[in-house]
Design a protein around this ligand. Structure first.
Ligand SMILES: CCCCC/C=C/CC(=O)SCCNC(=O)CCNC(=O)[C@H](O)C(C)(C)COP(=O)(O)OP(=O)(O)OC[C@H]1O[C@@H](n2cnc3c(N)ncnc32)[C@H](O)[C@@H]1OP(=O)(O)O
Length: 390
């Protein structure tokens, strides 16, 4: 029977004992039974509204009774009639706490809400207020010391729209400052990411295509800068095929784990474009000029194992055990001392930062020209007309 009370869970529960046991809920009884401040109480009240799961009538009655006892003291209203089931249940619940002081009730209320919140499991990472609603195409979570930024447009193979670049910049800035130890980037669905969304270049905005190319160049520069300047270990969990700009920035990650069936493809000349993400510098450095040229000039798609042999990928895992093996490892990494990790990463990268920023600037300058070229426009039109698979 639903008790049909208004509001989220702020109305109910019935339990005569002071320490209540609710299946699956670990109560945070700290022993400081009278320690909850009014502020704690108000915070708990606010948290109650964020619960995603209905805790059930039994718990709701308890919450109701504790709330009434904490705010009004012992029950002082007339007993409802036998047939007024809902109000009778509420009255009984409140009445059962009459020997509990208001302070105790406040503490128990706070403990109960905390327990319910923590029983729901780790919360989705709260993005900074200014971008709280901005993550339309990403899933960002923080758990076990790991902030995970997940491309989340599986129906479009996680292609990156203009808004998504902005979201990624925001998410990276936030992850760089939050209290997580490592940051992980991965994809939803069967692709890691299919690179730049080719629709980014199809509509001609006010200001013409020159302005569009310039604005896109600025955005790309900031996007790549967010990787160059990222202050803590950044790990790619490549769960499927990766294309274009999602491959090129891998040279700026600290570790790249890939599932066996992942592929790595940078079809720039096929698209009339040129390399970005600092790959014109990092790829030759990682794999040598000849191998980098096969990928960046001649569109060679490489398998995960080949990418690992080239040094772009750190390690390849069987598809069947990829997720479990990788996340077990990442959780262990996230237990390492955070400052030591961040400072060591910065030492490794700092020597190159200036160089990387200069490469980023030069690559973007070249791309702005490319985006205005017939070669590039034709290639994009071809994709949408014939939808060739790269
Ligand atoms: C600020 C601007 C910065 C710009 C930086 C520049 C970066 C350069 C690059 O990133 S170059 C790489 C660009 N990417 C591509 O060229 C990939 C194009 N896509 C494909 O070749 C294929 O879609 C595929 C190989 C990724 C997947 O093929 P598959 O057959 O498995 O799936 P579909 O083709 O049916 O794809 C499903 C839907 O997703 C759409 N889609 C996939 N990738 C993109 C993309 N990059 N841009 C736009 N749309 C993409 C595809 O069109 C399908 O949509 P539909 O269901 O509406 O038909």
């Amino acid at each position: 029977m639903s008790l049909g009370l208004p509001g989220p869970c702020c109305q109910f529960t019935n339990c005569p004992s002071l320490v209540f046991r609710i299946p699956g809920v670990q109560l945070h009884t700290t022993g400081a039974l009278m320690g909850a401040s009014v502020e704690d109480f108000n915070n708990a009240k606010a948290q109650l509204g964020t619960l995603k799961k209905d805790p059930g009538n039994h718990v709701k009655l308890k919450i109701y009774a504790l709330f009434k006892q904490a705010t009004q003291g012992p029950c002082n209203t007339p007993k409802p009639g036998m047939l007024d089931f809902v109000n009778k249940a509420k009255w009984d619940a409140w009445k059962s706490l009459e020997s509990v002081s208001q302070e105790e009730a406040r503490q128990q209320y706070v403990d109960l809400i905390k327990s319910l919140v923590s029983a729901e499991g780790p919360a989705v990472a709260t993005p900074p207020p200014e971008s709280a609603q901005a993550f339309q195409s990403l899933l960002v979570t923080t758990e076990d010391g790991i902030t995970t930024i997940r491309f989340n447009r599986p129906e479009k193979k996680n292609a990156i729209t203009l808004d998504m670049y902005k979201e990624l910049i925001d998410a990276l800035h936030h992850a760089g400052k939050d209290d997580s130890v490592i940051t992980v980037m991965t994809g939803s669905g069967d692709f890691y990411c299919s690179g730049n969304d080719l629709n980014n270049f199809t509509g001609i905005p006010q200001g013409g295509i020159e302005k569009m190319a310039k604005d896109s160049g600025e955005l790309l520069k900031h996007y790549v800068k967010a990787y160059i300047d990222f202050p803590k270990p950044l790990i790619a969990v490549v769960n499927g095929p990766a294309l274009g700009v999602s491959v090129t920035v891998l040279g700026l990650f600290d570790v790249v784990y890939a599932t066996e069936s992942a592929t790595f493809h940078t079809p720039f000349s096929q698209l009339g474009q040129s390399p970005e993400g600092c790959s014109s510098y990092t790829f030759p450095k990682i794999m040598g000029n000849a191998k980098a040229s096969e990928m960046l000039l001649f569109n060679k798609k490489v398998t995960a194992t080949e990418a690992c042999n080239l040094g772009l990928v750190t390690e390849v895992f069987p598809d069947g055990s990829f997720q479990s093996e990788v996340w077990t490892r990442l959780k262990a990494y996230a237990k390492l001392p955070p400052k030591s990790l961040a400072l060591s990463k910065q030492l490794i990268r700092s020597k190159e930062k200036e160089k990387l920023h200069a490469v980023n600037d030069a690559e973007v300058e070249r791309l702005i020209e490319r985006w205005l070229s017939d070669e590039c426009m034709q290639a994009i039109m071809n994709f949408f007309q014939a939808k060739p698979k790269l």
